[in-house]
Ligand binder design. Sequence first.
Ligand SMILES: NC(=O)c1ccc[n+]([C@@H]2O[C@H](COP(=O)([O-])OP(=O)(O)OC[C@H]3O[C@@H](n4cnc5c(N)ncnc54)[C@H](OP(=O)(O)O)[C@@H]3O)[C@@H](O)[C@H]2O)c1
Length: 894
Amino acid sequence: MRKAHPTLVNPTAGGITGLAYALAQSEHRFHVRNIDLSAEDLTDSALWRRVIAEPSTDRGDVVKLWGGGRYAQTITPMLFSRIAETSRHTGSATAPALLYYMPSLALMDCRYPGYREVNTTNVLETGLITEGVYVILGGAGTVGRVITRLLQQRYQAKVIWLGRRPESDSKLQAQLNAFATPPYYVQADANDLASLSTALQTIQQQYPHINGAMFSGIVFDFDNSIAHTSEAQFNQILTVKTQGVVNFYQTFAPLVSDFLVYFSSGQAFSFSGAAQLSAYAAGITFADSFVHAAAQLTSATPPVGAINWGFWQSSLEEWPLDYAINSLSDEQGFTALERFTALLRQGVCRQLLCLNASEPVRAMMPVPLQQQIRLADGLTQSKTGFAEAVQALAQQPKPELATILNNPDQAKLLNLLARAVLARIEVLNSASLHRDALYQRWWQQTLTMLDQAGLIHYEQPGYRLTELGQHACLNAWPTWQTEKAYFINNAETRALALLLDDCLTALPAVLTGQVPATDVLFPNGSTEKVAGIYQKNQRVDYFNAVLADSAEAFIQQRLAVNSNRPLRILEIGAGTGGTTAMVLNRLSPYYDNIEQYAYTDISKAFLHHGQQHYGQHPFMRYALLNIEQAPDTQDFVLGHYDVVIAANVLHATGDIRSVLSHAKALLNQGGVLLLNEISDTNWLSHLTFGLLKGWWLYQDAELRMSGSPGLTPNAWRQQLLSLGFRAVYFPAESAHRLGQQIIAATSDGLVTCTPQKSVATCVESVATTTIKPNTVQAQDNAAQTIQSAIKQALSEALKAPLTSLENHIPFSDYGLDSILGVGFIKQVNQVLKLNMNTAIIFDYSTIEQLTDYIVKTYPGITPTAEPDTELARRFFNGELGVGEVLDKALLSRF
Ligand SMILES: NC(=O)c1ccc[n+]([C@@H]2O[C@H](COP(=O)([O-])OP(=O)(O)OC[C@H]3O[C@@H](n4cnc5c(N)ncnc54)[C@H](OP(=O)(O)O)[C@@H]3O)[C@@H](O)[C@H]2O)c1
């Protein structure tokens, strides 16, 4: 089995992957499970059950079992439309559409496949340069000769060939002399490191500078099935793609300036036929793994990449006819090399599969979802400057940090909380507990933390109170009542202590389902209580300050490169603006350069908050953004922002890779993502946000810390790098033990787009095709009045005009969430004299459904209409505008 780390590739046994394709495809007596395991997982006792449970496949499709997750290889298509349209060199307008595919860099999570289109207008056209010096090992071969010809014709390149044959070989002589300027030939065997080193010395006497090196070496045999091959034959084919590949890298990587490219093949994937190509498939899968490993480990050397060709037409004279179908023309292959070297040199793409796949082959290729990727505009140059600036930030001594780290209050508070929680839950009758599955995670983590605090311990068949725990059950709640005053009277901890006190008080009611946690954290839909804990607190301020410093450092670098380009910043989940305030303050010297600061949140309640507090800045924009959905489906321009900020928000989502990819899609090339995130699990978050169901909704537990939606710094780094962020920094590393971390990551510029209708378009089409006036007319008067009351309440909760609300649109599409839902249902209850729970909005999630439910459940209901005199009062008090009064007045007539 091939061993590989999810982000750090170990190519040692990479060839086993290809050998397993050959075995599965040629030996039907075997049931092949082609599984990639990581060394660190081998101690997991459950792993072997999962290995056995893994189904075998006929083609040897490879899967990876890692950290409790199951991953499958994906291949993401890229459409270079310029090549498909026409060839700029031949002028042929009838060239068939050619697909390029970008295989996943490692084995990636099967839930994130994508269709990748690179918009070539933003991509360098070629990574090859005029009069460049290029070495091709195997240059005398079919592909090498085509590339040599076009390199010479189009780039006036100096081409050097390496091959095993002596220069005197008559066939080789003919091949060399077929060129007007014969390539410079040096005899060398890739399998022999010393031979390559000598060849390099010879080359350097003539060409001291080498721009690019291409590995085009291969030994091939059409019948190399496992059943028929001999060991010698197998080794001959394998060695050049293993030992040869490594030797070539060792010899040329230190000296080549622009790129090192390995010519690989479609045989590296299970959809290609490997039944008769056992050694070749094994060699190719090793070589590809080696390329990824080399690219990861040696950032100082030139970019290293692999281009996996389909069959070339030029090989047809020598190869069987059936390979001809869908083969690559010289033109297609060479243009692919030009584009690939361009992307490789930009650091955007390190492996490209280039083939004209037939329909059956396409059907086997793992491209399950259709997405597109574009390369965003941007400033790659700013990257280096930012790396230095952000690293300097991390090393700057910060006197306030020592004070925070040495403050004993947090430890004291945590200790009190552990005991108080035990006292509050110990009295609960298990039969009355909330049955919601999500609370199971809360309970499990609570038990773990109480155990860690020495208050309980596990003893068959369950947990028992320790002596300390028994004492806490008797005294901890009254102790909290007394001790909380210390924290409440301290400005530093006041807001947090008040919130914790509310949560502790309501804890039994929340856990027994009598009170929704949202009502405790956001009473009457107000964000005030939660806002307090994110502001005017040394610890919180410290992390916000590091984030703001990082934003400033980035912006300084960015302006140094180009001061004319306006700056665009977007904040995800800006919430109550704690981070916004700090960032805006720090960026005041650059206000003239800021074109836009997008203050976004999933809840309208927070946008209102932002408008009230930051409305004075002309560049502020306010918009709903659910980062769990693709930003382009929410009318955001992709690749548009220089800085994307998310403070204490990304962990609170179901799928971290998906939200990181959406956040990346907003960034331009070289743009920076700045995260402020929890870095450990403690009572402060567990007892507050941990009570919200949203805290536990994550579906990728294998990536999160145990008992928390947060990710460790290492997990953030792994996920960010695997999604194409180029570099990841932790500018507050010395403060991680305070339970927070700041993460800065720069984007490579590849942006995932979703070819879907925008929300606005969807709403429009629903409105025009499905709303029928007859439906409304057929309703009885009571239903009409109930519906009007619901609409009215919804309009007020959303601060949206009545006319914008449609009966069929789910409340969530308007941005109504569990927080805004509190105020909404409260008003419906008030007007209709009902006592519905806020959660009703999830069961009956449109105006129409809720109306229907109320009509059926509460027959004979008489709504309390808001009297005209009350409307007049609110109008004169400035609470309602003319439009709203008219809306209400009109509504009451229909
Ligand atoms: N042609 C296609 O349709 C196709 C499809 C997919 C992938 N590819 C890839 O494209 C590359 C070129 O293929 P091709 O069809 O041009 O191959 P080819 O015509 O068979 O040429 C292979 C070349 O490799 C050289 N070579 C083999 N072993 C070597 C060694 N140990 N040291 C130095 N040179 C060595 C040979 O020269 P000597 O005999 O003088 O050593 C020969 O010139 C290969 O990497 C292959 O995997 C080709």
